[in-house]
Design a protein around this ligand. Structure first.
Ligand SMILES: O=P(O)(O)OC[C@@H](O)[C@@H](O)c1c[nH]c2ccccc12
Length: 269
């Protein structure tokens, strides 16, 4: 049985062929954002005294359908920054998540914190494209890459001046990661075969990474208590989408969660 991930990746590969005909690999170099100096994503995640928040701009998802009706990515990006997010993740996959590359570009004009392109990246073309649309970092999902492909994408990221967050789902994925090339590791707490979320399993996997790796817990997080758990387990950052996107003012929700986390930390000190 193909998983949802297999289906999304197949679709991505089909769309990629068409996109390459419209804009060539070389063309990206003339994009305005291409020349822009990258903001330091890794530093933003590792310099937070508690748990850094990567707030996500996500209109819809395969498991939840439409998440936010009143959707203005530029405004949400500004609110996230104001609310104290350390970085912003922007979904650019269209078929499954109703994202757009233009959302990335709009966010890039609006804020000064680093931006992560969230998509299903299987080709260096998409890495260069991410840079051209204003990304400072790209998500690379270990499960969807084969053989040497992940290393190739990591080299492409270096070449085009974007950092990489490598996402793993399992111990097997972790074994296939060349940690000499990876300094930010994420684990998706959501199992994409059945959409179940397990925060503890995610943390256990993250803790197997070599010392010094910046660790990111992704998906299914919705409270300061969740972040306090991550803080106690020495996880650097949390990637949160749906919970913030369902709040009237997503940025206020970020600042409230940060305040509550601080309170929980001082209570136990
Ligand atoms: O909305 P949530 O449950 O807070 O999750 C955010 C993020 O982790 C999730 O969107 C995500 C994690 N890895 C991905 C890979 C592709 C698309 C989306 C994702």
């Amino acid at each position: 049985m193909p998983t949802i991930l297999d289906e999304i990746v197949e679709q991505t590969a089909r769309d990629l062929g068409k996109r390459k005909k419209k804009i060539s690999f070389k063309d990206f170099e003339s994009f305005e954002c291409y020349e822009q100096e990258a903001r330091d994503f890794k530093k933003a995640l590792s310099s937070s005294p508690d748990v850094a928040i990567i707030a996500e701009i996500k209109k819809a998802s395969p498991s939840k359908g439409l998440i936010r009706k009143d959707f203005n990515p530029r405004e949400i990006a500004g609110q996230y920054q104001e609310g104290g997010a350390s970085a912003i993740s922007v979904l650019t996959d269209e078929p499954a998540f109703k994202g757009k590359l233009e959302y990335l570009e709009e966010a890039s004009r609006e804020v000064s914190i680093p931006l992560l392109r969230k998509d299903f990246i299987i080709d260096p073309y998409q890495v260069k494209e991410a840079k051209a649309y204003g990304a400072d970092a790209v998500l690379l999902i270990a499960t969807v890459t084969e053989g040497q492909q992940l290393d190739e994408l990591l080299h492409a990221a270096r070449e085009f001046g974007v950092q990489a967050l490598v996402e793993c789902y399992s111990e097997n994925d972790l074994k296939n990661v060349t940690f000499e090339l990876v300094d930010i590791l994420g684990v998706n707490n959501r199992d994409l075969r059945n959409f179940e979320v397990d925060l503890h399993r995610g943390v256990e996997l993250l803790q197997q990474a070599p010392e010094g790796t910046v660790l990111v817990s992704e998906s299914g997080l919705s409270s300061a208590e969740n972040l306090k758990f991550l803080f106690d387990e020495k996880i650097d950052a949390a990637l949160i989408g749906e919970y913030f996107m369902r709040q009237p003012n997503p940025g206020k929700a970020v600042s409230n969660m940060k305040k509550q986390l601080q309170k929980l930390i001082t209570e136990t000190e």
